[in-house]
Ligand binder design. Structure first.
Ligand SMILES: [Zn+2]
Ligand SMILES: [Zn+2]
Length: 339
């Protein structure tokens, strides 16, 4: 048996005991050691996710140790690992075009497949990503969101030295974007949020300017010349109105990477901006072929992960964790369940 934290209906989580997953052929069993709670998990648990059915065991940002494997994969036993969360069909039109994240029959760990809020998880061996022993398992949880962020930067064609970047929203994804923008040599990096503590962390991770949007509007500040108009804007707010700000502040000819998940929310925008500024807008969905880069970045200590994983809880303490995450209490950015 194993403990899992399961969302049984919108807004309801239950800690329960279930059978350990039985391994199918070509699968390994991973004992989960850390499982982070992503802000998209909060939306998922509330039932705001597209195409979700309950019950579901959430958790797509996790790490663990391989504990069982079929004979031919015995060498994996004892290895620290994370896993690619996408299980595409490899047969549909999108898969044939190499867009696994858009697969028409996609299964995803923590959404349509059992996630990491559990003591064990069965994963197809093709999805297992063994990681170097030198990476602490707690830090390894950041590999998944970092792979998404790396994908975001690839989608906009990279960040060139001397380019200016704005990152709207400084949750973990926004802060990872700021860290990578700094590593890539952006000339100016603006990070916005309405939580001052997060902006302080953003400064430590590479932001050259921060703006608390509860004091003033980013549109006013950028368009009146008090702050620059960026070449690239990443919207990591998870709030539909963030997209309007991105459209309004980006420089003509600029690029927007849309990274936040705003569920079914709608924004009021002036679409003519897209034409008048000849903008390039990129949707960023899921980690793609960017896991190796994310592992390398963490292995080489290129990002200050301890500033991002601010809290640790036991699975039994889920109500406190969810309260902190939902209400952004006590300086929380990412919290991890320690299993
Ligand atoms: Zn996530
Ligand atoms: Zn497919």
């Amino acid at each position: 048996m194993m403990k899992v934290l399961r969302a049984t209906q919108p807004g309801r989580l239950e800690l329960c005991e279930v059978e350990k997953p039985a391994l199918k052929e070509e699968q390994v069993l991973i004992q989960v050691k850390y499982s982070m709670v992503c802000s998209s998990d909060i939306k998922l648990i509330r039932g705001e996710f597209h195409g979700l059915s309950f019950p579901v065991v959430p958790g797509h940002e996790w790490s663990g140790i391989v504990v069982e494997a079929p004979e031919k994969y015995k060498h994996l036993i004892g290895r620290k690992a994370v896993a690619d969360i996408l299980f595409p069909c490899l047969k549909c039109e999108q898969c044939r075009k190499g867009r696994r994240n858009l697969c028409e029959n996609l299964l995803e760990i923590g959404i349509s497949l059992q996630g990491g809020y559990a003591e064990y998880i069965a994963v197809d061996v093709t999805n297992v990503i063994p990681i170097p022993d030198s990476i602490p398992l707690k830090h390894a949880c950041i590999i998944e969101p970092l792979a998404v962020v790396y994908n975001a930067i690839q989608r906009v064609g990279g960040i060139k030295p001397a380019e200016t970047v704005a990152i709207l929203g400084s949750g973990a994804v926004g802060l990872l974007l700021a860290s990578l923008a700094k590593l890539m040599g952006a000339a100016k990096i603006l990070v916005t949020d309405y939580i001052e503590e997060r902006l302080d962390i953003a400064k430590k991770l590479g932001a050259t300017e921060t703006l608390n949007v509860s004091d003033s509007s980013v549109i006013d500040e950028c368009n009146c010349g008090r702050i620059f108009n960026p070449d690239i804007v990443f919207d990591a707010t998870g709030n539909a109105e963030g997209f309007n700000a991105a459209l309004e502040i980006v420089k003509p000819g600029g690029k927007i990477g849309y990274v936040g998940y705003s569920a079914h929310d709608k924004a009021s925008i002036q679409p003519s901006q897209i034409m008048l500024k000849a903008l390039n807008i990129y949707g960023v969905l899921s980690p793609t072929e960017t896991w190796t880069e994310a592992v390398n970045i963490i292995e080489n200590g290129m990002i200050d992960v301890d500033k991002l994983i601010t809290h640790e809880f036991k699975l039994e303490e889920y109500a406190t964790l969810m309260d902190y995450m939902s209400n952004r209490k006590n300086g929380i950015i990412r919290a991890a369940f320690k299993l």
